[in-house]
Each structure stands twice: as C-alpha cells, then as structure tokens.
Design a protein. Structure first.
Length: 160
C-alpha cells in the first residue's frame, strides 16, 4: 500500500470509531420499519409488549447468540448503558477492520502481474527461435532490420 493511502485509511477508521463509539448512543430507541411491520395486526402497550391481536411478531423467539458478549448493542458486564453501547460499537468496528484488512492482506498482489498468453495489452516478449519474432525482426531479404546495405541506404536517400 502506498504511503499516500495511509492517512485516508486511518481517517476513515477514526470516523467509523467516533460514529460507533459516540453517535450510536443517540440512535432512535423506537422500532424501525421491519419491527413495526412485524407488529401490524397486534395491539402493543407502552412498553412494546404484545397485548392482543395476531401478527408475525408473536412467533419470535430468543436468538441463539442472545447471551454472547456483544449481544443487544452492548457489552455484557458493563453496567453503564452509554459506555456499554459505545464500547460495543468500537469493538465491532475494530473486529470488522481487522477481518477486512486481513482478507485484503491475503488477497494482495505479491509481485508484478504476468501475462504469458499476451491477452491483456502488450504482446509477450519474443524469445530466440520464435517464428513471429524472426519474421518481425527481419528486414527485406531475410536480413535483420538494422542491417542495411549501402545499396539500400542509397535507394532510400534517392541516389544510386
């Protein structure tokens, strides 16, 4: 990676960390579009509990990872809600950055690109004994292109 891209990469990481660590605490606590569409057909009390009706949300069950360390937008064991949410966001950004950086590091190009078939742009360099190299390198009469006789030089100059 070039030295010019490091400030851009670190600046993006800093912005993501600030958004995840601070701004995420100010996200809306009200249900989003998916949550509210799952509640259509049910009556819900002020605490968000279903009190009647029939809706898809009634079939919801606990998630298998509900007791994981970063479940429910917080860090288990941290009592302060603001700190727990911010720390969860920061850890998520760092884990995602490390995973993405590791994958890009594994997939990076390790040397100059080679094109043995000559498909992508310039033709491959001709080797000795190559028929196309011999045909393009030879001038009239089978002589190498740079080997010019005095008669050929005179003919080219317009004098004989």
């Amino acid at each position: 990676m070039s030295k010019r891209s490091w400030p851009f990469l670190l600046g993006g990481l800093l912005v993501a960390l600030l958004l995840a660590g601070v701004v995420s605490n100010y996200a809306s606590a009200h249900p989003d579009g998916l949550d509210s569409s799952l509640l259509k057909g049910c009556t819900v009390d002020a605490d968000g509990e279903i009190t009647g009706g029939s809706c898809p949300a009634q079939q919801a069950r606990a998630h298998e990872l509900a007791d994981s360390p970063l479940a429910d937008y917080g860090v288990r064991g941290v009592r302060d809600g603001f700190l727990s949410t911010g720390l969860s966001g920061v850890l998520g950004v760092l884990l995602t950055f490390a995973l993405g950086g590791g994958l890009f590091w594994l997939a990076r190009r390790r040397g100059p690109a080679t094109d043995p078939a000559g498909v992508g742009g310039e033709p491959p360099a001709a080797g000795p004994g190559d028929a196309t190299a011999d045909a393009t390198a030879a001038g009239p009469g089978g002589r190498p292109a740079g080997d010019e006789t005095s008669a050929a030089r005179a003919a080219r100059a317009g004098t004989r």
